[in-house]
Design a binder for this molecule. Structure first.
Ligand code: PA5
Length: 465
C-alpha cells in the first residue's frame, strides 16, 4: 500500500505537534462516516439534497468495485469487458490514436500514459510498444499551432496499409458541450473523413460522454458503434476510474483490472484503517491543519519524471474542488531533482507558506544505471562510479529533506512502492478521497466549478454565441 509518513512535519517551529493531529482526527472521523453513510445512500436513492454544502457526485468511491464485480460476473457483457474489447480492436487496427478532452476528461489518462507506459513510448517502433498505437492528446486547448501540428502529423504516414493510414479518434466530454473539445472534434473528424474515410467512423470514432447532450446526439447521428458513458454521480475530475480513464488506458495496453483493484484497496484502507495509519485521514489532517496556519501553498514534489502529469492531475483536482469561498490551498507540482535547480531555493528559504508533500518511488522499473568508471576522471566521478541513479536519487531526497528541516520547513512523504497500474490506482483514489474528506471537513462542496462556468459564458459572449 501507499504510505503517508508525516514525521517531518512534527516539529516545534513551523510544524505541527501530534496532539493537534489527534484532536483533528475526531472531526475527520465524523466526516469519513458521513461520506460513506450520508453521501452514498443519498446518491443511490436520488434523495433530496439538504443544502448546497452536501457533497454530491460521490459515485466515484464505489465505482471501481462495481466495475470489477460486474466484470467478474459477466465478462464480455460488462462495461469493463466492452471497454477492453473496444480497446483491443483499436490496438489491432491503427497505429495512432488521438484522444480529445480537457480538464478531468483527459488529465487522468495523460497521467496514466506518462507513469505506466515506457518513456518515449510514441517514439518506439510498434513492436517495442507491444503492438499498441501511439497516443496523442488534443482538444485540451484552442492552440492553433498545436492542432495544426498534430493534423499534419496524421497526414505524414499515409502509407497504403490500413495500420499505417488509419487512426482512431476518442472524444471525451461529460457535458458534451465544452467548446475546446467540441471544436477539436469537428476539426479532427473532418481530417478523419479525409484520411481514414467516413465508412470507418462507426468503428474508429469512439465518444465517452454523459447519457444526453450535444456529443451524445452527434455520435448518434454519426453512427458511432461504440460509445461509453460517464456515469451519473461521477464528476469530471473524479472520473479517472470510469471509461474516461479506462478506455485510453486500455488502448495503451495497460492493466486496467489491476488499476481498479488498486483504487478498491485504497477505499478499503480509508474506510477501515485508524488515524495514524490511514494515509487519507493523515494526509488531510496534516495538510488542512497547516493551511489553517497560513501554510496554503501545497507542493507535490514528485521524485520521478514520469509522475509529473499525475502531479498536474492533482493540481486540477485540488484547485477546482476546494478553491472556493476564498479558501483552498494553492497546489503546485514540482519534479525533482530537476526543480531543485529552479524553484527549490524559494521553497526552502522564501516565504513560510509552503508544505512539501514528497511523492517517493521505492523500486524503479528498469535496471539501476551505474555512473561507471572512466579513464578520463577529470570530472572526479570515479569516486562514485559504483553508485547508481536510484542511489543518487535517494541521496538527493534525503539531502533535500535534511536541508528543509535545517531551515525549519516541514515535509511529508507519500511512499509509492513502485510505479505501476495498481499503485497509480491507489494514488488517484487516495487523492480523490482526501479532497472529498477535506471539503467536508472545511464545509466546502468539492464538486462543481462555479468560477470556471463564468469564463465559459463570457467566452461565448465574445464569440457572439
Ligand atoms: O472536473 C471537471 O468537472 C472539469 O475539469 C471538466 O472535466 C472539464 O471542464 C471538462 O468538462 P467536460 O468533460 O464536460 O467536457
Amino acid at each position: 500500500m501507499l504510505k503517508y509518513d508525516y514525521s517531518g512535519v512534527l516539529r516545534d517551529e513551523g510544524g505541527l505537534c501530534q496532539s493537534e493531529i489527534d484532536q483533528a482526527d475526531e472531526g475527520l472521523l465524523v466526516a469519513r462516516r458521513e461520506i460513506f453513510e450520508v453521501d452514498i445512500p443519498l446518491m443511490e436513492s436520488g434523495g433530496a439534497i439538504p443544502d448546497e454544502k452536501n457533497p454530491l457526485d460521490t459515485a466515484f468511491i464505489n465505482l471501481p468495485r462495481q466495475l470489477l464485480d460486474e466484470y467478474s460476473e459477466n465478462r464480455s457483457a460488462s462495461e469493463l469487458g466492452q471497454i477492453m474489447d473496444c480497446a483491443a480492436a483499436i490496438r489491432s487496427k491503427v497505429d495512432r490514436t488521438v484522444i480529445l478532452g480537457i480538464g478531468g476528461s483527459y488529465m487522468g489518462a495523460r497521467a496514466l500514459m506518462d507513469s505506466c507506459c515506457e518513456p518515449y513510448f510514441n517514439e518506439l517502433p510498434r513492436q517495442e510498444r507491444g503492438e499498441r498505437p501511439r497516443i496523442y492528446f488534443e482538444g485540451n486547448n484552442v492552440d492553433n499551432d498545436a492542432s495544426q501540428g498534430l493534423l499534419r502529423l496524421l497526414r505524414v504516414d499515409q502509407g497504403s496499409a490500413p495500420l499505417e493510414k488509419d487512426w482512431a479518434l476518442v472524444v471525451i466530454s461529460k457535458s458534451g458541450g465544452t467548446t475546446e473539445t467540441a471544436v477539436a472534434f469537428r476539426q479532427f473528424l473532418r481530417e478523419f473523413e479525409a484520411t481514414v474515410g467516413t465508412e470507418k467512423i462507426g468503428d474508429l470514432v469512439v465518444p465517452v460522454t454523459g447519457s444526453s447532450g450535444k456529443l451524445f446526439d452527434l455520435s448518434e447521428s454519426l453512427g458511432c458503434q461504440n460509445r461509453f458513458r460517464v456515469p451519473d454521480g461521477v464528476g469530471g475530475r473524479f472520473s479517472v476510474t470510469s471509461a474516461v480513464g479506462l478506455l485510453p488506458a486500455a488502448i495503451m495496453g495497460l492493466d486496467v483490472v489491476s488499476f481498479l483493484e488498486g483504487a478498491v484497496e485504497m477505499t478499503d484502507h480509508f474506510r477501515s484503517a485508524r488515524p495514524g495509519e490511514n494515509s487519507v485521514l493523515d494526509y488531510v489532517a496534516v495538510n488542512q491543519l497547516m493551511e489553517q496556519r497560513g501554510v496554503d501553498v501545497r507542493l507535490l514534489s514528485v521524485w520521478a519524471k514520469s509522475l509529473e502529469s499525475a502531479g498536474l492531475w492533482y493540481d486540477q483536482l485540488l484547485a477546482e474542488s476546494l478553491g472556493k469561498q476564498e479558501k483552498g490551498a494553492l497546489p503546485l507540482t514540482v519534479v525533482n531533482s530537476r526543480d531543485l535547480h529552479s524553484r527549490a531555493q524559494q521553497h526552502q528559504q522564501g516565504k513560510r507558506d509552503k508544505l512539501v508533500n514528497n511523492l517517493i518511488v521505492g523500486d524503479w522499473r528498469s535496471e539501476p544505471l551505474p555512473v561507471g568508471h572512466s579513464a578520463h576522471d577529470q570530472d572526479h566521478l570515479n569516486e562514485i562510479a559504483e553508485k547508481t541513479l536510484p542511489e543518487i536519487m535517494n541521496a538527493a531526497i534525503s539531502g533535500t529533506n535534511d536541508a528543509y528541516s535545517e531551515d525549519g520547513r516541514p515535509t511529508a512523504d507519500i511512499l509509492m512502492p513502485r510505479i505501476d497500474e495498481r499503485n497509480m490506482g491507489q494514488f488517484f483514489q487516495m487523492m480523490m478521497l482526501a479532497t472529498v474528506l477535506e471539503g467536508r471537513w472545511m464545509g466546502i462542496n468539492p464538486y462543481g466549478q462555479p468560477g470556471v462556468e463564468k469564463y465559459k459564458v463570457n467566452m461565448n459572449r465574445y464569440l457572439g454565441r
